[in-house]
Design a binder for this molecule. Structure first.
Ligand SMILES: Nc1ncnc2c1ncn2[C@@H]1O[C@H](COP(=O)(O)OP(=O)(O)O)[C@@H](O)[C@H]1O
Ligand SMILES: [Mg+2]
Length: 328
């Protein structure tokens, strides 16, 4: 029913030219006609045997850019990231990371993957499942350095912890002894310790409370700038992407719907799906304002339910006092 949409690639006339120019020579990632088909789990009578998680996706991620990938749950974002990180292989198509074809299976494969392990790191949504609970933080952060063949890892581990704002006492502690936000700092320290040139953050702040989310976003933003990283930032939340990304690609049901500069896409979404995504999210700013009101920071920001009640919760976010045109 849904005919394949033409990808609306936006030209350089509306800004975004800097990133294009910088990446034109040697992009960080080139994805060409990539598809990934899975055998459906738990096949029932009458249901399709396969899931086309990605269909004919092509995109270029310029070096040094902050590239956002958005789309509703199940649109194929994580599948695409796993392919780029060589944690999975495409059913068809080709992926190059810094000029190396990681989808080719030749004698050089192992060498390519070793290169990739050093140059590309991933931060996932849930630090509890990505951090080994039996390992101390020092060992967790050291692991990718050792995997990359580094010898004297202690200084690099200390440097990485410092960069994410954790002190040295953290080295000897275990993940469960930290809060959610601090655990995500540990994941980030682990990712940046080997000085990657590409950092993938897949829903890296989605599980965090709104104020912590803003802090971790700022940290990622700051690190990307200081280390001149190519940041690939995946989220279902467009307000988060807007804050850190210069370019956005929109995925829907495994297909690329549109891609362009963040300011352009947010100001003039060309596709109905993008407009719907934009309308569906409370802005991060609005959520932060609500959280401040709950915490009693804002003196005259209006009434917003319980002021010092439950400190968790995104429950009141997006609703207090403000008049918005979003119903529901
Ligand atoms: N290993 C797998 N086996 C079967 N189906 C999968 C697998 N991984 C993902 N899928 C399916 O592929 C689609 C895209 O999933 P995913 O990439 O995780 O989406 P997103 O990250 O955007 O939420 C979903 O329909 C999902 O159920
Ligand atoms: Mg996902």
């Amino acid at each position: 029913m849904t005919a394949p949409r033409a990808v609306v690639a936006r030209g350089g006339d509306a800004g975004g030219g800097a990133a294009e120019a910088a990446g034109a020579a040697s992009p960080a990632v080139v994805v060409t006609d990539v598809s990934r088909r899975f055998v459906r789990r738990g096949i029932g009578a009458g249901s399709a045997r396969f899931v086309d998680a990605l269909s004919d996706v092509s995109l270029v991620i310029p070096r040094g850019s902050r590239f956002g990938v958005v789309g509703e749950s199940g649109s194929g974002k994580t599948t695409l990231m796993r392919l780029i990180a060589a944690l999975d292989r495409p059913s068809a198509g080709r992926i190059e990371v810094q000029g190396v074809d990681i989808t080719a299976r030749t004698k050089k494969t192992e060498k390519s993957l070793r290169f990739l392990r050093r140059t590309l790191q991933v931060v996932f949504q849930d630090p509890m499942s990505s951090l080994d609970p039996r390992m101390r933080v020092g060992a967790i952060v050291a692991e990718p350095l050792q995997a990359a063949g580094r010898r004297d890892v202690a200084p690099a581990v200390r440097e990485a912890l410092q960069q994410v704002g954790l002190d040295e006492a953290a080295l000897r502690r275990y993940p469960h002894q930290f809060s959610g936000g601090q655990r995500q700092r540990i994941s980030i320290a682990r990712a940046i310790a080997p000085h990657p040139s590409i950092l993938i953050a897949d829903e890296a702040v989605s599980a965090l409370d709104v104020t912590v989310r803003a802090q971790i976003l700022d940290l990622i933003d700051d690190l990307a700038r200081r280390q001149a990283l190519t940041l690939i930032f995946v989220s279902h939340d467009l307000s988060v992407v807007r804050r850190v990304c210069d370019t956005v690609a929109v995925l829907r049901a495994g297909r690329l719907v549109e891609v362009g500069s963040t300011s352009d896409i947010y100001a003039h979404p060309r596709e109905q799906y993008t407009r719907e995504l934009l309308a569906a999210v409370p802005t991060l700013e609005r959520s932060l304002a609500a959280a401040r009101v709950r915490a009693g920071w804002a003196g005259r920001a209006g009434r917003a339910g319980s002021v010092d009640g439950g400190s968790t919760g995104h429950d009141a976010a997006g609703k207090p006092g403000e008049h918005s045109s979003d119903d529901e």
